[in-house]
Design a protein around this ligand. Structure first.
Ligand code: P6P
Length: 335
């Protein structure tokens, strides 16, 4: 395969979607640059004494790791200057960030988790950046209101993630399929390595933290138990895999198929994952790749968030595996 850079790929995409202005391509270019900067810092994390926590707690009530704070600062600094945004929201920031008039602004809104799974950093396990791109609703001018940002995932014009692992990968969709790019550190470019990614219709791996078994309700226990007993397409039992980093667990699910589950529990009735910066972007990718994403009852992309950091249960991956979970919840709902 010829070395197609992500920039070439985007320009190709821009030709196909006349409404895609240079703004959108510029937005993605600076998002990719942010990812390269974060990747470089992470690869040296053990050597630059930036491991461990900062002692602060974020809006999610989670201990802020040093790399969280660094990744968050890199994203905000770079993206407020990209000229394509009117507002952005970070998982690490309680409030909406309105792009200041001192910078060139545009019509897009960026929602991101700068470093998902950061508790894995100290043990050198994958982490990732997740992003979701919305457009400002037509005809709105002046200061961006929160209501303009709280859009259901169906409104996304782009979404993706950067996975920092043995290699750094960018997985991206702008509504024309899902494409994976691998960073060639030698030239500092993301090169097309996984064109047109498709989730298998059914997988053989289920991914969930079974440590919460005692906190789950009956439908959830029955849904997880389904994967203890069902057979994969080749007749073998399912395997269990759980990295503890959503981006890594989702990436494996995207490639091998199967299902990632973060169910609600007695202590987290809406689950743990954030709708706007985690579930919705990955649901966009899952559906673009032929898979499904649901909260067990409803399609994730149809959720209209009530607030910026709204949480949702998440069942995402192969169509048949997600549908098995939905059938179980539906059966209990009727009972
Ligand atoms: P638990 C990381 O904090 C995260 O948001 C996801 O990346 C990951 O899948 C999940 O939480 C892990 O949560 O409760 O299983 O430790």
């Amino acid at each position: 395969m010829a070395d197609i850079t992500v920039t070439e790929h985007l320009l190709l995409h821009q030709k196909r979607t006349p409404q895609a202005t240079g703004q959108f391509t510029g937005l993605l270019y600076d998002l990719i640059l942010s990812g390269k900067s974060i990747s470089r810092r992470i690869n040296k994390a053990g050597l630059l004494d930036i491991l461990g926590g900062t002692g602060e707690v974020n809006v999610q009530g989670e201990n802020v790791q040093k790399m969280d704070a660094i990744a968050n600062r890199i994203m905000i600094y770079r993206m407020e200057r990209c000229g394509a945004l009117c507002a952005m929201s970070s998982e690490e920031e309680a409030e909406l960030i309105r792009v200041s008039s001192e910078f060139p602004r545009g019509d897009y809104i960026l929602i991101f988790d700068p470093l998902d799974g950061s508790s894995n950093i100290d043990v050198n396990i994958n982490v990732g950046t997740i992003f979701s791109i919305l457009r400002r609703p037509e005809g709105h001018t002046g200061e961006v209101t929160l209501e303009e940002v709280l859009q259901p995932g169906l409104q996304q014009v782009g979404a993706g993630y950067i996975l920092y692992g043995p290699s750094t990968m960018l997985v991206l969709s702008t509504g024309q399929g899902v494409h994976g790019f691998t960073l060639d550190p030698g030239v500092g470019e993301f090169l097309l390595s996984h064109p047109d990614m498709r989730i298998p219709e059914q997988g053989h791996i289920y991914s969930v933290n079974e440590g919460y078994w005692r906190d789950w309700d009956e439908p959830t226990r029955e849904a997880v138990n389904w994967f203890h007993n069902c057979e994969s397409p080749d007749g073998s039992p399912y395997s269990s895999r759980y990295v503890g980093a959503l981006v890594a667990d989702f990436h494996r699910t995207l490639i091998y198929g199967g299902i990632y589950m973060y169910p609600p529990d007695a202590n987290k009735p809406d689950g743990k994952l954030r709708l706007m910066c985690e579930a919705a972007p990955l649901a966009f990718l899952a559906e673009q790749a032929g898979g499904k994403a649901s909260d067990g009852r409803r399609r994730i992309l149809e959720h209209k968030p009530e607030r910026l950091h709204a949480r949702t249960p998440l069942f995402i991956g192969s169509r048949k595996d997600v549908e098995a979970v939905e059938r179980i919840y539906a059966k209990h709902a009727k009972a």
